[in-house]
Ligand binder design. Structure first.
Ligand SMILES: Nc1ncnc2c1ncn2[C@@H]1O[C@H](COP(=O)(O)OP(=O)(O)OP(=O)(O)O)[C@@H](O)[C@H]1O
Length: 247
């Protein structure tokens, strides 16, 4: 297999004396979906906080395209092309859909000393970002984000995360709060992001979702990698049996 876009190698993390992650290694590859599956408290969020530059590992290495990297802040990780959508989504209800998508990276126009937002360009970027994901949010992207459904808000956060040159997309339980139809919409977007070349890391509790979109699955339990397999190698029944045996 080709070089991983993002690799966590032998990661340890402790808060105080108790290890939260113990010798965890994962690899995310371009065009593939890696699912991180695990119960509450398994260490999934801690691992993605390390991958996103929110917190530093106690030991172990992060590599991008085979080169060691270290992130002091989430901005460092973003600049390296790691786009993370956390569960809170950080969508601003009062801002328009377009403004939300380009938030913090608004295209600007200049005239002499004056600068203002290039709305036409922002709308074009927003439209393209949604198009990559195959999402239709309607034609009026000037309406406030408050008008969006839960699934559409998730799509907005994914579109924003991917907008500027990301190579690795990390999604923290993007389907957990959604109704079935909306969840399937987001699963389709995950597949579309991988098809567009992203290395996707998808965190979920849901075995069914894991098998629907995952190319491979890593099962975390008590801070350790308990199992790692390609999805073609297992069924929903086997996966359920495997995970229940880990408790
Ligand atoms: N800042 C912290 N200080 C101390 N302990 C922490 C901290 N963050 C997480 N933990 C502990 O680490 C363990 C793993 O937590 P983590 O949030 O990574 O699990 P998770 O798999 O994401 O669970 P969930 O699905 O509930 O979000 C838990 O026992 C949690 O209490």
């Amino acid at each position: 297999m080709k070089q991983a876009v993002l690799e966590a190698r032998n990661i340890w993390k402790s808060y105080g004396p108790v290890p939260i992650l113990e010798d965890v290694s994962i690899e995310a590859h371009a065009g593939r979906v890696l699912v991180l599956l695990g119960d509450n408290g398994a260490g999934k969020s801690t691992l993605i906080k390390i991958l996103s530059g929110v917190t530093a590992p106690s030991a172990g290495a992060l590599l991008m395209d085979g080169q060691p990297v270290s992130f002091q802040t989430p901005r460092d990780a973003r600049q390296r092309g790691i786009a993370t959508v956390f569960q809170d989504l950080a969508v601003c209800n009062l801002l328009s859909i377009t403004r939300n998508v380009v938030l913090g990276r608004e295209p600007m126009k200049r005239f002499g000393p004056f600068r203002w937002m290039d709305m036409k360009k922002a709308e074009e970027q927003t439209r393209q970002a949604f198009a990559v994901l195959g999402v239709n949010v309607g034609s009026d992207m000037g309406r406030p984000a408050a008008a969006l459904s839960g699934g559409q808000r998730q799509s907005l956060a994914i579109a924003r995360a991917m907008l500027f040159g990301s190579t690795c997309l990390i999604l923290d339980e993007p389907t957990s709060a959604l109704a079935v139809r909306q969840a399937h919409g987001v699963l389709d977007q995950i597949k579309a992001a991988a098809a567009a070349g992203q290395a996707v890391i998808f965190i979920t509790h849901n075995f069914h979702h894991a098998l629907l979109v995952g190319d491979e699955v890593v099962v975390l339990g008590n801070g350790k990698v308990m199992a790692h397999f390609n999805t073609g190698e297992t069924s929903l029944e086997e996966l359920t049996r495997l995970v229940s045996m880990l408790h």
